[in-house]
Design a binder for this molecule. Structure first.
Ligand code: SF4
Ligand code: SF4
Length: 365
């Protein structure tokens, strides 16, 4: 039972399905060894495919790529999922670079012709002012941008794990699996003294919460946000609030795994497809609910669960503002409170999504 739970949680955390694999080991210790081996060999075998998928995700951030070049984009995604060797990867990446380059330049010309703000063009296409200068001079190449900003040689599958380092890879995977085993088999109070376990435990909760928020708030934020297109991601350093230094490093790895390209305006993880973080999204963002969204949730989900969802969300956002690395609140005390609030939101959110139909077209103005 515990083995099944570990396999399921790890699959969810790593976005890779290990649940169909039949493990030989029955004892917990040898199961963890076998699973460690499996993650290591899988990440080696799958790296060409996963790297190609990461390139496709970066391509998605180019405005209109799916609208006007959908057929080509879809073929590239299908090919990326089939990549098995360096040669496959080279062919697919060359096509991706070519398409990205072409569309960015086409979009720029359209903007100039229509006399629209070029700043918005930058925002929509994840380009920096430096990129823009290069486009004007004809020196811009999408391939250079991706090579500079995405670490293609990084081990993608394990880039979610705390502090991956190649020479300690096996050991790191093993300790990550042991953290998960402890989280799933012991009381949370016991765990609060180990920073690595806190980090893994945060990621597991954040992923569950992200799923609930996608169901409850995503449509409203996408269709009715009063401050679109930036939404509430308008402050440059939001991503840091309430996050210890260790988690800040992991945020960047996670975002890069999701095809994130750096753009130095507003919160750096905001893109035209939303936030690039799921596992290490800061508590201030996980809990934030603006007044229009609050009205929408109140109108549609009144009751005990809805009150708990809103109250705990508010408290999560407020409490995270008091924490920053190096301040007087100990790491463990802060996270004990954060976990309690996250658990309350998850519980209330699961009840709401289980019992109610989420309205799609009844959003109040
Ligand atoms: S929470 Fe409010 S401000 Fe933020 S994206 Fe959603 S609707 Fe917009
Ligand atoms: S971390 Fe994500 S949700 Fe939070 S402000 Fe930045 S982009 Fe927005």
């Amino acid at each position: 039972m515990l083995q099944e739970l570990i396999t399921k949680e790890v699959s969810e955390l790593l976005d890779y399905d290990f649940t169909n694999y039949s493990f030989k080991s029955k004892k917990l210790g040898s199961f963890i060894e076998e699973f460690t081996e499996l993650i290591e060999t899988t990440s080696e075998k799958e790296k060409y495919k996963l790297n190609a998928i990461k390139l496709c995700k970066a391509l998605e951030s180019i405005q209109d790529i799916k609208k006007e070049h959908f057929k080509k984009y879809k073929i590239l995604v299908e090919l990326a999922h089939k990549a098995k060797s360096q040669e496959d990867y080279n062919i697919i990446s060359a096509e991706i670079f070519e398409l990205g380059d072409k569309v960015i330049k086409e979009n720029f010309q359209k903007r100039v012709k229509q006399d629209k703000q070029v700043n918005w063009f930058c925002l929509e296409n994840r380009l920096t002012a430096e990129d823009l200068k290069k486009i004007r001079k004809g020196e811009f190449f999408y391939e250079d941008k991706l090579n500079k900003e995405l670490p293609f040689d990084d081990d993608i599958l394990i880039s979610y794990l705390p502090e991956p380092k190649n020479k300690l890879r096996k050991e790191k995977i093993n300790s990550f699996l042991k953290n998960i085993t402890e989280i799933l088999s012991k009381e949370s109070d016991f765990l609060l003294y180990d920073e690595k376990i806190i980090i893994t435990s945060y990621a597991m909760r954040a992923k569950k919460l992200d799923k609930i928020l996608s169901e409850l708030t995503k449509d409203f934020c996408a269709e009715k946000c009063p401050v679109a297109p930036l939404g509430c991601c308008d402050y440059e350093t939001y991503y840091q609030i309430g996050m210890p230094t260790e988690m800040l490093k992991l945020q960047e790895k996670e975002a890069k795994k999701n095809g994130w390209l750096y753009f130095p305006v507003h919160c750096k993880y905001h893109t035209n497809k939303g936030c690039k973080l799921k596992l290490y999204k800061p508590p201030i963002c996980l809990g934030y609910i603006c007044s229009p969204l609050n009205y929408f949730l109140n109108d549609n989900f009144s009751g005990k669960d809805s009150d708990s969802f809103l109250d705990n969300s508010r408290e999560l956002t407020d409490s995270s503002k008091l924490f920053y690395s190096g301040n007087a609140i100990p790491f463990s005390t802060y996270f004990k409170q954060v976990f309690e609030l996250m658990d309350n939101i998850i519980k209330a959110g699961e009840n709401i999504t289980k019992n109610k139909t989420i309205p799609k077209n009844t959003i109040s103005e």
